[in-house]
Design a protein around this ligand. Structure first.
Ligand code: MLT
Ligand code: MN
Ligand code: ZN
Length: 310
């Protein structure tokens, strides 16, 4: 089984179109140690031909150009993407659906009831797409136990796991959360029993979610912010990381306890990878002290086109 990271940045990408933070300035200037990243998405396949797209980023066309394996070219119109699954209804995870409107059959869309509701109301992509390829909704269970199987990917098991993060700002659920606004995805290679857990938005580690993290061989989790007040300190936003549903890498006192690094330190996973990195995060400087600290804790940073074999 292969997981390909299509986009490793958070919403906005790296660099972000209107941002002149020190990271965005440095990557635009092609300074050593800075690598551009597109917005949040992965693809999963067992046979290298049939792929599940997990999240549909606004950068999907660029991501597909960089991923020839997702275009097997078996006919005049073709794609390796057999279905799309959404972890939430955030703009950076859903707007790529519009870029797939030319599909010749209705798209197979796996998402929870609350995500489907948001995409039918606040951001009505579903009704828009009904005038193009159309969408078949495949509801995701939210009990954290039930596996769903995707007919074209019989060798992989997928278990959506509800978690605490945030519904998008346009959603009525932003301030009155419901189960299924955000999920993580436990992906199992049935042939080897090996598992990966993907959770690009993860605001709080509940005991239930901690148990799922403990069970995974590979963790691909929320790496949005280094500190809780990152956006506030830069004067870019009034929102703290928690208001946006993201657990920062460091805790309140600047140490690793209370942050994602402390959580990952408790995990037996063989690979611990941060994904969905915001452009303000100092770990994007490959030569900086924050990145060195991650490395000392055995934590990797996802990059576009990273491949994980499991
Ligand atoms: C988030 O996860 O908070 C997003 O990246 C926000 C966005 O897409 O604008
Ligand atoms: Mn996001
Ligand atoms: Zn920036």
């Amino acid at each position: 089984m292969k997981i390909k990271v299509l986009g490793s940045a958070a919403g906005g990408g790296f660099p972000q179109w209107n941002c002149n933070c020190s990271n965005c300035t440095a990557v635009r200037a092609k300074q050593p140690g800075f690598t551009a990243r597109t917005q949040s998405s992965i693809a999963v396949s067992a046979n290298g031909q049939d792929w599940l797209l997990v999240n549909a980023s606004p950068d999907i066309l660029q991501q597909l150009k960089s991923s020839p394996e997702l275009q097997p070219a078996r006919g005049p119109r073709d794609t390796g993407i057999v279905a799309t699954m959404l972890m939430d209804a955030q703009i950076d995870h859903v707007t790529g659906l519009l870029m797939m409107r030319e599909g010749k059959v209705p798209m197979e869309l796996y998402c929870t009831g609350s995500v489907w509701e948001d995409l039918s109301t606040g951001l009505p992509l579903v009704s828009t797409l009904s005038h193009y390829c159309g969408v078949n909704w495949r509801p995701l269970p939210t009990d954290g136990q039930s596996a769903i199987s995707i007919p074209q990917l019989p060798d992989i098991e997928f278990v959506p796991v509800p978690l605490i993060s945030k519904a998008p700002p346009y959603s009525p659920n932003r301030y009155s959360p419901s189960v299924g606004d955000n999920v993580g995805l436990l992906i199992t290679n049935k042939a080897t029993g090996k598992t990966a857990l993907y959770a690009p938005g993860l605001g709080e580690i509940t005991p239930e979610f901690e148990a799922v993290m403990q069970s995974a061989d590979v963790l691909l989790v929320d790496g949005t912010f280094w500190t809780e007040d990152e956006m506030v300190r830069l004067n870019f936003s009034k929102k703290m990381a928690a208001d946006m549903g993201h657990l920062p890498q460091t805790g309140d006192n600047g140490g690793v306890e209370g942050g994602m690094i402390g959580v990952l330190n408790r995990m037996p996973a063989s690979r611990k990878i941060l994904i969905h990195i915001n452009n303000t995060n100092p770990v994007l400087n490959e030569l900086g002290p924050e990145r060195a600290l991650l490395t000392r804790h055995g934590i990797e940073l996802a990059f576009d086109s990273m491949e994980i074999e499991l």
